[in-house]
Design a protein around this ligand. Structure first.
Ligand code: ZN
Ligand code: ZN
Length: 497
C-alpha cells in the first residue's frame, strides 16, 4: 500500500504481481481511486507507484467523472529517470514497453522503482467534484499481450488469411517516393496494401529489427480490420527464421557468445512464448543471397514451422521449383517431426502487382483460429491447422477431417492407430478453378494411393488403412495442368502405445 501524496481522497491499491496471459483478461495490478474538487483547478498531481523488477510492459487505463460539467483531466507519466510522455486529455489507455509505446509516450526499458502518474487539471469548476480511476497492469512476457490490434468484429472461429513475411523501411523494404525515387518504404504502405488485398493478418518481419513496432503501435488503430502480429526475421549467416509474437530483444548473432547455437535462439523465442519458422530453407547461400539457405545445426523438435513456399523462391520455376522448401519439409516429416508448413511473400515492395511472386499476400497463408487475435492465430499455426494458397484465389477452402473409431481430428491433428485401422477421410474444398483436382501426399500412402483424384467432388470421401508405422498424410490441390495451387498440412498418424 502506498501513500497518495497529493490528490484529495486518493486511494492506491497494489496487489501482488502475478504474470498473466493478457492485460484485458485479468484484474489490474494497481488501482487508484481519487477524488478531486474545485480546489484542484489548474494544479498538477503526481501520484507515485512502484514498478517491480522485470516488468516488460506497462498498460494504464484512466477514467474520470464530471465531463458533463466540463471537468478536464490530463495525463502524463514519469519513470524514475526521465519523462515518459504526456497525452493530455486525448487518451484513456496507453501501453509502454521496450520496443514501442502508445503515441505520446516513449518506448524503452521499464526501470524498477518509483514512477509517477502525472494528472493535470486544466478545468474543474468551483463547487464541482470529480472521481477518477487509474488502473495499471504489469506484464513480464513480451509475447502474451494481444498484439497491436485485435479487430473487435472478428471474434468467431474460422479461416483467416494473411501474410507472415514482409519487409519495410525498418530493414530493406523499398518503394517509389512521391518524386519517383526508390526510398525506404514506410510501414504504412505495407499495411495499406494488406488491407486493400483483404488480408486478415500481417506480420512485419524486418531483419533482426524491432523498431517497426513503434510504427505498428501508431498505425494499428487506423488499420483496425487487420491483425498485426509482432514479428522479425532472425537473420544469421547460416539461415533466416521468422519469429512471431515477442517484441522483446532476441539474440541473433549466431556463433557468438550471445547465441552459441541456433537451439539457444529457439529456446529464447519459446521462453517469450513466440513461434519460430525456418524461412526459405532451400534458397542457395552465396553472394546473391547471403546466409539465405538453412545450414545451421538444428534440433528440429523445437521448430514450429517451415516456410515451404516463399515469394522469392516462387519466382524460380514456381512453388515446386528447385528452391521450393516442400521437399526439405517433407524430409523432416518423414523423420517423424511435426512441423507446420507456412508461406510468406517475403515482400520488399508493397507496390509489387498482386499477380507477381513475392507480392504482398502471394503466397497467402490461411490459418484456422478461434478468433482473429494474436494468441488464437499463433495457436492455429502451432496446431498446424494451416493451408497455403499459391494461386491467389479469392476464397479457397481446403478442410480435412480424419476419423477412426471415436477419434476425430482435423488438419494438423494426430491419430493414434493400430495396424489395419481404417482411416475415414473427408476432404472439403471450395473456391477452386474448373478442372482442379485433389492430390494426396504422404509417407502413409502406398505408391498406388499417392495419386491425384481426377475431379473434386465435394466433399471427397476416402478410406485408407493404417500400415503400422508413424507417418503423415496431406491433401493438396492442383490445377488442370497439374500445377500446385493449394498446399495442405498433414494429419499425423502414430502407432497407439
Ligand atoms: Zn530471408
Ligand atoms: Zn525476408
Amino acid at each position: 500500500m502506498f501513500a497518495c501524496l497529493f490528490a484529495t481522497g486518493c486511494l492506491l491499491l497494489q496487489t501482488a504481481f502475478v504474470p498473466a496471459r493478457a492485460a484485458e483478461v485479468r484484474g489490474p495490478d494497481l488501482t487508484w481511486v481519487g477524488h478531486l474538487s474545485g480546489r484542484d483547478h489548474q494544479t498538477y498531481l503526481e501520484v507515485p507507484f512502484l514498478v517491480p523488477r522485470g516488468v516488460e510492459r506497462l498498460t494504464l487505463e484512466f477514467s474520470y467523472s464530471g465531463k458533463d460539467q466540463r471537468t478536464t483531466l490530463d495525463l502524463g507519466l514519469r519513470d524514475p529517470v526521465r519523462f515518459r510522455g504526456w497525452s493530455g486529455g486525448n487518451k484513456t489507455r496507453l501501453v509502454v514497453e521496450a520496443s514501442d509505446a502508445t503515441p505520446s509516450y516513449l518506448s524503452g526499458p521499464l526501470p524498477r522503482g518509483t514512477w509517477k502518474l502525472v494528472i493535470g487539471v486544466p478545468n474543474l469548476r468551483r463547487g464541482v467534484t470529480s472521481d477518477y480511476t487509474a488502473r495499471v497492469w504489469f506484464d513480464r512476457s513480451g509475447s502474451d499481450f494481444p498484439g497491436f490490434s485485435s479487430p473487435s468484429d472478428r471474434g468467431a472461429p474460422g479461416w483467416y488469411r494473411g501474410d507472415l513475411h514482409a519487409h519495410t523501411a525498418h530493414s530493406d523494404g523499398s518503394c517509389m517516393s512521391s518524386s519517383g525515387q526508390r526510398v525506404p518504404c514506410p510501414v504504412f504502405k505495407t499495411l495499406q496494401t494488406a488491407q486493400l488485398r483483404k488480408l486478415d493478418f500481417i506480420a512485419i518481419t524486418d531483419h533482426n529489427a524491432v523498431s517497426q513496432n513503434q510504427a505498428l503501435r501508431e498505425l494499428a488503430p487506423f488499420f483496425d480490420t487487420l491483425l498485426i502480429l509482432p514479428g522479425r526475421e532472425i537473420t544469421t549467416f547460416q539461415g533466416h527464421a521468422n519469429v512471431w509474437g515477442p517484441t522483446r530483444d532476441l539474440e541473433f548473432q549466431l556463433g557468438t557468445k550471445r547465441a552459441k547455437t541456433f537451439n539457444a535462439i529457439l529456446d529464447q523465442v519459446h521462453d517469450a512464448q513466440g513461434l519460430v519458422s525456418i524461412n526459405h530453407p532451400q534458397l542457395p547461400s552465396g553472394e546473391a543471397c547471403m546466409g539465405c539457405g538453412w545450414t545451421a545445426p538444428t534440433d528440429w523438435s523445437k521448430v514450429d514451422a517451415i516456410e515451404v513456399i516463399n515469394g522469392g523462391s516462387l519466382a524460380f520455376q514456381g512453388a515446386e521449383g528447385p528452391m521450393s522448401g516442400i521437399p526439405f519439409w517433407e524430409h523432416l516429416l518423414d523423420r517423424g517431426y511435426r512441423i507446420t508448413a507456412v508461406g510468406g511473400s517475403d515482400n520488399h515492395d508493397p507496390d509489387l502487382p498482386v499477380d507477381r511472386p513475392g507480392a504482398l499476400g502471394r503466397p497467402t497463408t490461411f490459418v484456422h483460429a478461434e478468433a482473429l487475435t494474436q494468441s488464437a492465430l499463433l495457436d492455429g499455426i502451432h496446431r498446424g491447422r494451416v493451408f497455403l494458397d499459391v494461386a491467389g484465389l479469392s476464397a479457397p477452402v481446403l478442410e480435412v477431417k480424419a476419423v477412426v473409431g471415436d477419434q476425430a481430428v482435423e488438419t494438423g491433428g494426430t491419430l493414434l492407430l493400430r495396424t489395419g485401422d481404417l482411416i475415414h477421410l473427408t476432404v472439403s474444398t471450395a473456391g477452386l478453378p474448373p478442372g482442379a483436382a485433389l492430390s494426396a501426399r504422404g509417407s502413409a500412402l502406398s505408391l498406388a494411393a499417392q495419386r491425384d483424384w481426377p475431379a473434386v467432388s465435394n466433399p471427397t470421401e476416402i478410406v485408407l488403412p493404417f500400415e503400422g508405422t508413424a507417418s503423415w498424410l496431406r491433401f493438396d490441390v492442383r490445377d488442370s495442368k497439374g500445377a500446385l495451387i493449394l498446399l495442405g498440412n498433414p494429419v499425423y498418424l502414430r502407432p497407439a502405445p
